[in-house]
Design a protein around this ligand. Structure first.
Ligand SMILES: C[S@@+](CC[C@H](N)C(=O)[O-])C[C@H]1O[C@@H](n2cnc3c(N)ncnc32)[C@H](O)[C@@H]1O
Length: 251
């Protein structure tokens, strides 16, 4: 961090301002979630959820949540996203089957998030999803396997994939597979910038560009990456995502 940020940003400061009062959290997600016992969430996620997922309300959105636990969030999503939404949960624990309630738009599939065939089977049956939320094992290798199994074919255009608790990759117990979330962030940064490493400005001036561009699929599909407190959201390019042609209009 010190290599990029100067001393005003790298000085160590006190982060405490008293314990946060959860009752003061703004937004409907928190209000609904607090009415369903059995969940636990980082304070900052409530704000992030509103920012990341608020636009999907009342649009018959489909969400896939990896990690059902006691079913609290599945019920919350149904209420938060509104009528006609579909909420699909997956969990390795067969006891989570009891939260399967198709009449209420909630579906639970039992399986392992590191099993690409299982995930893609759920995707083919219930997707494409507008939101995919990984709140499962929190193992880095699982987070990467699930992302790779689902992002390309089972997240809708314009959808968002949010990996929660990415802080765990800094703890040896969860850092399986030799990679951590900084590697993921680096890959995402490369996907959104490598084009400029391979092409000059004149290449992509609208009046001069000579040929179709060959790019990594990731460059085409990843429109935005948002890094938040212990989480990474990857936005999939929608209809507006296209090569960065520029046009000078004078007069
Ligand atoms: C943090 S809890 C989920 C909490 C829930 N999303 C909520 O907010 O209330 C994690 C869940 O992931 C499940 N899990 C752990 N390893 C898994 C794996 N390999 N595949 C799928 N689910 C897994 C656990 O059984 C547990 O229910």
């Amino acid at each position: 961090m010190q290599q990029c940020f100067g001393s005003p940003l790298t000085q160590r400061v006190d982060w405490r301002h008293g314990d946060p009062d959860f009752r003061e959290v703004d937004g409907d997600f928190y209000k609904i979630w607090s009415s369903h016992p059995g969940g636990h969430k980082k304070y900052s996620y409530f704000r992030q959820y509103e920012r990341l997922f608020g636009e999907y309300r009342n649009k018959k959105a489909r969400i896939l949540e990896i990690g059902v636990y006691r079913g609290a969030t599945l019920k919350t999503w149904t209420e938060y996203l509104g009528a006609g939404s579909k909420v699909i949960g997956i969990d390795i624990n067969p006891e989570c089957e009891k939260y399967h309630a198709p009449d209420e738009g909630r579906y639970v599939f039992i399986g392992d998030q590191s099993d690409a065939d299982f995930l893609q089977g759920v995707g083919r049956r219930m997707g494409p999803f507008d939101i995919i939320l990984d709140d499962g094992s929190h193992r880095t290798d699982h987070q990467l396997k699930s992302f790779n199994a689902l992002f390309v074919d089972h997240l809708a255009k314009g959808g968002v994939y949010f990996i929660e608790d990415t802080n765990t990759s800094l703890w040896p117990k969860y850092r399986e597979g030799g990679l951590d979330m900084f590697d993921f962030i680096e890959a995402a940064a490369a996907a959104t910038h490598v084009f400029y490493d391979e092409h000059t400005y004149t290449d992509y001036r609208r009046s001069e560009h000579p040929r179709p561009f060959m790019v990594y699929n990731a460059t085409k599909l990843i429109e935005e990456v948002r890094i938040v407190d212990a989480g990474i959201a990857v936005f999939k390019g929608g209809a507006q995502h296209h090569p960065p042609l520029v046009d000078h209009r004078i007069g």
